[in-house]
Write a protein that binds this ligand. Sequence first.
Ligand code: RUQ
Ligand code: CUA
Ligand code: CA
Length: 640
Amino acid sequence: MNDTEANNAGQTPEPEGLSRRGFLGTGAITGAVLAGATALGGTVFTRESFAAAAKDAKSKVHVGPGELDQYYGFWSGGHQGEVRVLGVPSMRELMRIPVFNVDSATGWGLTNESKRVLGESAKYLNGDCHHPHLSTTDGRYDGKYLFINDKANTRVARIRLDIMKCDKIVTVPNAQAIHGLRLQKVPYTKYVFCNAEFIIPHPNDGHSFDLQDKNSFTLFNAIDAEKMEMAFQVIVDGNLDNADMDYTGKYAAATCYNSEKASDLGGMMRNERDWVVVFNIPRIEAAIKAGKFINLDGVKVPVVDGRKGDDGKDSEFTRYIPVPKNPHGCNTSPDGKYFIANGKLSPTCTIIAIDKLDDLFSDKIKDPRGVVVGEPELGLGPLHTTYDGRGFAYTTLFIDSQVVKWNIAEAIRAYGGEKVNYIKQKLDVHYQPGHNHASLTETRDADGQWLVVLSKFSKDRFLPTGPLHPENDQLIDISGDEMKLVHDGPTFAEPHDCVMARRDQIQPKKIWERDDPYFAETVAIAAKDGIKLETDNKVIRDGKKVRVYMTSMAPTYGLTEFTVKHGDEVTVTITNIDQIEDVTHGFVMTNHGVSMEISPQQTSSITFIADKPGLHWYYCSWFCHALHMEMVGRMLVEPA
Ligand code: RUQ
Ligand code: CUA
Ligand code: CA
């Protein structure tokens, strides 16, 4: 497609300083583009031809009323802070799971149960989540957990998939901004690996602000996935961006875009090459077991040094593989053979052979570039790559606003000097894609059915909503030889990434179990008060603290009135004794900033100060019954 066609089709104009026409004028990449066009029989894309392709695949995408989707999708909510659950292929939003945000409907960030999960970090009301990933056993989704990072406040959260609630949050010490996050795949998700992106002085106490100082660095982090506690940290050269792990449990890899340790844009782009750093996990574990670690800045987490020595020698824990400047995504192919680093500022991806890493670590391979087996030229701004399990890779081209489908084996042959066209197709997406993700691509079950492309700009694709535009998550059918765009999905700020699992791989509960650890501490407090939550409706006074226990059953609360004194600290604990699926109640105390969800068989509690004498109504906020409006009660606050 040429520029005029692109503009006619309402596609994105050229980014300043980067002319698509100029790009097409360059030799090698022109060939690649033409190869794409040939594979499509020279189709000229217009909005109409997209519409035709969509109609073609429509029967596959259409999920009728009452029908269920084939896949669960888990979308990050970006700087909005939550996780969203979507059905694929309908792209219907099924649920939102508050994590790093505060949520009025469920009371996340307000209830005692959620505050216990948030811990110290409850003081932050914002978050910025990027990378949701599902736990695996032997490289296959096991339906237990989803993990996600918070770049803004340097945290990692876990969501229990059986109840679809966040149950643990860890703040990573000695670090600023957790960005890349991936899980150990094999033999099971023992570690959550996460990258601290920003270089900071250690200790960061104001004694120095010099990034070039030896004591200024960042850390690669491992969290024990079951305990959700820090396992170890590795000091690295440069900074860290994205990460992934192999299918043996031995090697993790991460991209670095700031090998320069610069603080400004120009400085970060100075080096022609940055690197991918590979971590040897068994060697790190062995060193820690042998007590060969340090603690950093008074924090009790084992830390090993993965930097090169002053003599330029590698540490036993890491190898630095030079790749073209400022790489971004890091993606393991589902056959377990390759780490692929995405070029961003370079039009290439770098293919690293995982089976050569043993030789790199034993120094049999001396030049770290010796593990690179391919570096295909794909187009402008490659950010992330995903896989269909049939040997094809799909890479987002941010600047070109395209997804490029290419053949990995052929790209490797081309690197060896053979003349092959490894590029199979380029599909315009709308617009400026970041991540893309194919169904089950991070597991041995990669099935090449659906590709989601998370486009950062939507421009003209939807009814206008003022200066702030939605993003556009596009769904592409990749089950055949050609990629077919089948759906536009507007999303609110800003899904960075998503994962998809087959629906049989996720088995959520329909109602709570009474012994769920999620509210065990609340149950323990009630037990100390001699309360049986399923039956008792009682007010316990404990000095200036008042604990109000009640049940809920549509359409009434166990207590329709309780009395406290002005200035009391009131904790309302409600147990929903409804056994019926979907009958969730709420509790809102008017004019007190109090709101929470109580789903069937759940216990929820919330604490507030009765700071106004007088009569205060409370009511049920989740529509539960024909008499939902009448599900009310009164708090009577007597003057102190
Ligand atoms: S990064 S758009 Cu936060 Cu996943 Cu690449
Ligand atoms: Cu209970 Cu509405
Ligand atoms: Ca750089």
